[in-house]
Write a protein that binds this ligand. Structure first.
Ligand code: CA
Length: 239
């Protein structure tokens, strides 16, 4: 994790300091801001590999920051810190495009494990950057190692979860997945009651695909069941 840059956005000074201390211990280049507006300035000003974002902040809150980033096409990994274990917070966090969350009070070990997992994806992008296979389906080209997607040869920006969803679907055209199955496979938890999280991620992914390629409907709703990838398209592995 050395050399990675992590921004910590947390209005409780003690929690912020604790996170910074542990990140620094792991050789991570980090910075702490307490205020939502300041966070947006920092996120736009410099390159970051990850943001640890408190949900409840004064002024611009964590949800607003996350939403703004995604609207601006910024796919930076977001680890959300949520107050208590309120179900609403969890769902909202995932719906607006956060990649993972930890509920307060948290153990620092847990947070560092999540940070490590998210940063490892950034590493994979860089390490596997040479000579790996990619997939082509319809007008979509997916470079799994670099986690890059092109449609009609133009790169589209996807959040890590949107990318995971697309890859998961594209590898099995025609196979119908229930929402709870997608939660299980892509998010790693198959709790019932979180299905609308899946819907909102799929809607965002669809709208990005539709913007890039209006001719093909890639992800198809199977009413009363879930979703499937368009089975008139065939998957091609490209060396
Ligand atoms: Ca707070």
């Amino acid at each position: 994790m050395e050399g990675k840059r992590v921004l910590v956005v947390e209005d409780e000074p003690d929690i912020g300091r604790l996170l910074i201390m542990h990140l620094k211990d792991r050789g991570i280049d980090c910075q702490h801001v307490q205020d939502g507006r300041r966070a947006l300035v920092e996120l736009r000003r410099a390159h970051w590999d990850l943001v640890i974002l408190d949900l409840r902040l004064n002024g611009v809150d964590g949800l607003e920051i996350c939403r703004t980033l995604r609207q601006e096409g910024n796919a930076l990994p977001v680890l959300m810190l949520t107050a208590k274990s309120s179900e609403l917070d969890r769902v909202l966090g995932l719906e607006i495009g956060a990649d993972d969350y930890v509920t307060k009070p948290f153990s620092v070990v847990e947070v560092m494990a999540r940070v490590h997992a998210l940063l490892r994806r950034v590493d994979l992008d860089r390490q596997k950057a040479n000579g790996s296979a990619s997939l082509r389906i319809g007008n979509i080209w997916i470079d799994e190692a670099r986690r890059r997607v092109e449609v009609h040869s133009k790169t589209i920006e996807l959040t890590p979860k949107e990318f995971d969803l697309l890859l998961f679907f594209a590898c099995a055209p025609g196979q119908v997945f229930k929402r709870v199955q997608l939660l299980d496979q892509v998010w790693g938890f198959g709790y019932e009651g979180y299905e609308h999280t899946v819907n909102s991620h799929i809607n965002r992914l669809r709208s990005k695909l539709a913007q890039a390629d209006g001719d093909i409907e890639y992800i198809i709703t199977v009413w009363g069941v879930g979703y499937k990838f368009n089975d008139t398209l065939s998957l091609e592995h490209v060396a």
